[in-house]
Design a protein around this ligand. Structure first.
Ligand code: GTP
Length: 369
């Protein structure tokens, strides 16, 4: 299984989010709120409440202003317009036609907004202030009569309308935040299992998957091979061309590996300039063939972009096949011994370390350069 290069870009540092999801959501909310106020304008005209109808015209203007403020990244202005509109509109609606209108429900939408977007130190004071405003309006309406009452049926229509809009907005916000949480979890998971420089699996994840594959091998008996790869004279590359160029070579080598393996193969950066590949359903001979392909692809690659004309990169590889009674560490240690033999044999070659089926002492190296 190769890591998905679309999820984590090799060498990518922390991602700078250009327009955080919250502000995109805020833009959508201004559009929805403006549409709701247009509906109110028509409703209050029909109910013969011109004052409330024109209040909604002002509200639409404020939302249009907030939308353009967000578009031009004047987020503070947009937030100010949004808050002012909702607080003032709720107070006006309630004092004009009564608590039964349900305009106070809109204030509840600020609870998740404050919790999720305000700076931490402002969350508690913000919630307290919102609660105080809500209660003050409630108490006020216990002590005064609505200034411009509308018929009971019309009040009920307004109440139902407000309840429905707030219900829909809460549902929309919940679905939106759920999406944000799921996407964030996926990103974190990808970061936790990926090597940041090459985009391949990292060592921890490879170790975990390798143990699982060995368990699978024990159950199914399907052959499985390991390949340990180490770039040759990498220190020299670093010393001659610099550490950054060394990093580029590692990234390009990861591209070579991605090109050479099947989707079910596990390809990882094992550490430094060392890589590990596990090939399920493959015998030692299959793995040796694949390793020879990797050697050829590496040596045949055009590295001049990084190191100048005529300079080459080669890789030495050690191969082992998992045997009955093996655990991952034993198979790895054989691959490591085989890699050492490849280095000792002059590098740019593949060595397989074979063992007899019932004893580790019966070892045989086969080297192909
Ligand atoms: N640029 C870069 N270099 C690294 C990284 N990790 C390890 N290295 C370097 O890789 C080099 C490995 O050097 P050695 O272990 O001596 O091996 P080598 O020079 O490849 O020699 P042989 O393996 O014997 O062919 C060291 O200089 C490390 O600093 C990395 O992430 N980026």
């Amino acid at each position: 299984m190769l890591s998905d290069p679309n999820t984590i870009k090799p060498g990518a540092g922390p991602v700078r989010v250009r327009r955080p999801a919250f502000w995109t959501l805020a833009m959508r909310c201004t559009q929805i709120a403006a549409l709701v106020d247009i509906a109110f304008f028509i409703l209050f005209l029909a109910l013969d409440s011109p004052v409330l109808a024109w209040v909604n015209v002002v509200s639409v203007g404020m939302y249009v202003g907030a939308y353009y403020a967000l578009k031009t990244r004047r987020n503070r202005l947009a937030v100010w317009l949004f808050w002012t509109e909702v607080l003032a509109h709720a107070a006006l609606g309630i004092t004009m036609i009564g608590w039964g209108s349900g305009f106070h429900y809109y204030l509840l939408l600020f609870i998740p907004a404050i919790c999720l977007s305000a700076p931490r130190k402002w969350v508690f004071p913000g919630l307290c202030a919102l609660w105080a405003y809500y209660v003050a309006l409630d108490v006020l309406m216990w002590s005064i009569e609505p200034l411009q009452p509308i018929p009971q049926t019309a009040l009920y229509v307004v109440h139902l309308f407000n309840l429905t809009v707030v219900f829909a907005m809460f549902s929309y916000l919940s679905v939106f935040y759920l999406g944000v949480v799921i996407a964030t979890q996926r990103k974190l998971q990808a970061v936790a299992i990926t090597d940041v420089l090459t985009g391949l699996l990292n060592r921890r994840q490879m170790q975990y998957l390798l143990d699982q594959e060995v368990e699978r091998f024990k159950r199914s008996g399907q052959p499985m091979g390991l390949m340990l790869l180490d770039l040759d004279h990498f220190k020299q590359i670093n010393d001659t061309y610099g550490h950054d160029m060394g990093d580029k070579v590692l990234q390009e080598f990861a591209v070579v590996l991605n090109e050479q393996f099947r989707s079910q193969d596990l390809v990882a950066r094992w550490g430094g300039e060392e890589f590990l590949v596990a090939m399920p359903n493959s015998t030692g001979a299959d793995v040796v063939r694949a390793a020879e392909r990797v050697c050829q692809a590496t040596a045949g690659r055009d590295w001049s972009e990084w190191m100048g004309e005529g300079r080459n990169v080669t890789v030495s590889i050690g191969v082992s096949e998992i045997k009955a009674g093996d655990d991952a560490a034993q198979a790895l240690s054989r691959a490591d011994e085989a890699l050492y033999q490849s280095k000792a044999s002059g590098r740019n070659c593949v060595t397989e370390l074979k063992v007899g089926s019932n004893s580790g002492s019966n070892k045989k190296h086969s080297v192909s350069c």
